[in-house]
Structure formats: structure tokens, C-alpha cells
Design a protein around this ligand. Structure first.
Ligand SMILES: [Zn+2]
Length: 299
């Protein structure tokens, strides 16, 4: 779980050293960007927040950190949106669920994949168990659909991959996809949290499904990074698949993990100051290949 912590801290912003526990939340500003009528993304610190707003009320997708809740609520109001009625967590990581307790106390109904509730209840070595008001109240495996604000928003319970409880959301009319951390735009390698049931093969299955759901006009809100397109989603999937193929071939030839790490075949693809190093990604792929077949694929 140490990797989770360091990675999430690293994702907060380039200026924050890995040793920092948290950013100075008093200095964080929440920036809203309207991506389609009634759909916005809110940037601050932590995972990108999605928002559906309109005559029926607001649906928030993820909520970053507890000290930011007031600013997030103010940013929602700043768009002329009604108060938040529902919240969907794309997965359990603390930079996506930190505001749950505040919003739960305010009467917001929280939705998530059932494994989000399981992991939040249990906590981990570095994350304490969540308080009851922070927990999802409505859980699902395959997904659930919201019929409001003139659109249908499908919360898709994917095959996971980043964790074992990843949800992506697709606005059918607005043609917007929120991927959660199944995609991090411009981040280099993906973060496969094997301590939270993540698996790179499941990630590829989930991405294949999301590519099928979208089209070239779809606006794609990633878990971190700027809004992208289906082409970005496809390129991300191809990069991951290429890396997996390289490691799989070496494993099939009988190379050990130590030998693969010594060769460092993914090093040329590594981005400077990347959140996930080539070594870390090789290890995650290796663990995923070892665990393959552990979970049936839904899609
Ligand atoms: Zn995450």
C-alpha cells in the first residue's frame, strides 16, 4: 500500500515531493471546465471530478480530499448547478473518496462498485477503515444507470484493472466518458494497484469495453490529466498491450523477473518524472500474468 500512497501523493502535482504527506489544501483551487451541456470536470488535488447537473440535481463523480469539500461544493454552485444529490466513487483510493464522509453527512447518497465498500470498510496498512457515513450506500457489480438531467448516465462496473472495483461512467446523450483511474492522460505507465486487486489483463479488458462504448466524438475525462478523446483512450490501451506482450514473451521463454528487470525492456517507454517507473510496471505485469485466470471476465 506504500506505493498507493506515494503514487497518489505524486499525482497531486509535480511540485510536491514524494515525502510530502499532503498538499496545502488551503492553496488548492477547484477549477471547473464544462465539457458538454450539463457535464463538467472539476480539477483540484487528486482524481478528476465529474459532474452532471441540470433540472434534476447534481451527480458528482469522485470527491478528492475532505478539506476540499467546501470548495468543491462552491465550484458546483458556481456553475449554476443544484446541490449534489448523488455521488459515485470510481474506486476506493483516498484521492477519489476523501470527501465521502462530508458529503454523506450532508445527505448525499453514495454509489459504488461493491468492492469499494468492502475495501473502505476494511482499510489497509496505510488507510484507516472508513467511517460509516463515508461508505457507499448503494453498491453494484455490473453497474447502474442514472436517468436525469435529460440524459442517461451509465455507471459501468468494469472488469477492473486499476483495482478490483473500478467504475467508468458514460453519458449517452452528452457523449462523455469518465474513466476513473483506468486511464491517466499523459501519465506514462498505468498504475495497477495489485494490493487492491488490480490486474493489467483486467485493465485491458475494461479498456476494450470502454473503447466499444465510445466513438471518435466522445470526450474522455481521465482519472488524472486533461480531458482527451477516444483516440487517446485507444493509444493508452495499445501502449499497455504492447508492454504486456513484451513481458509475456520473455516470461514464456523462461526469463526470470530479475532477468527481465535487469534488461529493463520498458525503459525506453518511461516518461521522465513518471508516477510509475518502468520497473514498477514490469513487476505489476508480472504479478498480473501470475494471477491470470483468477477472475472471470464479465464483458
Ligand atoms: Zn486510483
Amino acid at each position: 500500500m506504500r506505493l498507493v500512497k506515494l503514487t497518489a501523493v505524486a499525482l497531486l502535482g509535480c511540485s510536491i515531493p514524494a515525502t510530502a504527506q499532503a498538499p496545502d489544501f488551503s492553496k488548492v483551487q477547484i477549477k471547473a471546465e464544462v465539457v458538454a451541456p450539463g457535464v463538467a470536470v472539476l480539477y483540484g488535488a487528486g482524481g478528476n471530478i465529474g459532474l452532471s447537473y441540470g433540472e434534476d440535481g447534481s451527480v458528482l463523480i469522485d470527491d478528492q480530499f475532505a478539506p476540499l469539500t467546501d470548495k468543491i461544493v462552491a465550484a458546483v454552485a458556481g456553475l449554476g448547478a443544484k446541490p449534489v444529490k448523488y455521488l459515485v466513487n470510481t474506486h476506493w483510493h483516498f484521492d477519489h473518496t476523501g470527501g465521502n464522509e462530508n458529503l454523506g453527512k450532508a445527505g448525499v447518497t453514495i454509489f459504488a462498485h461493491e468492492n469499494v465498500r468492502v475495501r473502505m470498510l476494511a482499510g489497509s496498512a496505510s488507510v484507516p477503515p472508513a467511517s460509516p457515513t463515508a461508505l457507499p450506500v448503494v453498491t453494484y457489480q455490473d453497474g447502474v444507470s442514472f436517468h436525469l438531467n435529460g440524459d442517461r448516465i451509465d455507471a459501468i462496473g468494469t472488469d477492473g484493472g486499476h483495482t478490483d472495483g473500478d467504475t467508468a461512467l458514460y453519458w449517452r446523450k452528452a457523449n462523455v466518458l469518465h474513466t476513473g483511474d483506468l486511464m491517466m492522460n499523459g501519465a506514462g505507465f498505468p498504475f495497477v494497484d495489485t494490493n487492491s486487486g488490480g490486474n493489467v489483463l483486467h485493465l485491458l479488458h475494461s479498456l476494450d469495453h470502454l473503447i466499444k462504448v465510445t466513438n471518435p466524438q466522445t470526450k474522455v475525462i481521465p482519472g488524472h490529466g486533461p480531458v482527451g478523446t477516444q483516440a487517446d483512450l485507444i493509444a493508452w490501451r495499445e501502449m499497455i498491450a504492447g508492454a504486456v506482450d513484451q513481458i509475456r514473451q520473455r516470461k514464456a521463454k523462461g526469463q526470470t523477473l530479475e532477468a527481465v528487470l535487469a534488461d529493463n525492456p520498458l525503459k525506453p517507454m518511461e516518461k521522465p518524472k513518471a508516477f510509475i517507473s518502468a520497473d514498477a510496471f514490469v513487476k505489476a505485469i508480472w504479478a498480473s500474468l501470475d494471477a491470470s485466470g483468477a477472475k472471470p471476465h464479465k464483458h
